[in-house]
Design a binder for this molecule. Structure first.
Ligand code: PNS
Length: 163
């Protein structure tokens, strides 16, 4: 039984995140999508909203035999992974620019919890430029985010209106 944690802010979840989850399902029996509770950031969606949206959109994923759950977490990721008896952390890497930050986190996490592995996965090229930050920026400025995020996210962003 190989269990992984896929941690992140998911504010909002993008099609790139879903692509990583789909690919992760080929490697793991169980993936827990962990939404970080970060009191220092003012998010677009609350943690509860992000979890609710994620739960709705992962139902469309072809997951094979992989079990997918969504929950929030706070504090150290390695502690959360240990509490859930996870074997690995999954992170998506889009470009070299992601690598430095991800390497730093992976090595710090390895120092804190040597038996926990970080698995980097690459999303489809079509999503290589898609980030939650850019999605929000384009949305706020009135551009289209169609195809970058699940339809539900588009609807929920529209219903919140422009900030
Ligand atoms: O989607 P993000 O915002 O890039 O995800 C970042 C995340 C949640 C993976 C990272 O901030 C994290 O692990 N936070 C938990 C606190 C922690 O363990 N910090 C030390 C990381 S080396």
């Amino acid at each position: 039984m190989r269990r992984a944690i896929y941690p992140g802010s998911f504010d909002p979840v993008t099609n790139g995140h879903l692509d990583i989850i789909r690919r992760g399902c080929k490697l793991f029996d169980e993936i827990i999508i962990g939404v970080l509770i970060n009191p220092e950031k003012t998010p677009f969606f609350s943690v509860e909203e992000r979890c609710e949206i994620l739960r709705a959109v992962v139902t469309d994923i072809d997951r094979g035999g992989c079990s997918l759950t969504v929950e929030s977490f706070e504090g150290l990721l390695v502690q959360y992974a240990a509490d859930r008896e996870a074997h690995a952390i999954v992170r998506g890497i889009r470009a070299i620019s992601d690598y430095e930050y991800e390497l730093q986190m992976a090595l710090m996490n390895r120092r804190l919890q040597p038996q926990l592995e970080t698995v980097f996965m690459m999303p489809a090229e079509a999503y290589s430029y898609v980030s939650s930050r850019l999605v929000k920026e384009v949305f706020h400025l009135g551009g289209t985010i169609e195809g970058l995020v699940p339809k539900l996210v588009e609807e929920r962003m529209r219903s919140k209106g422009k900030v």
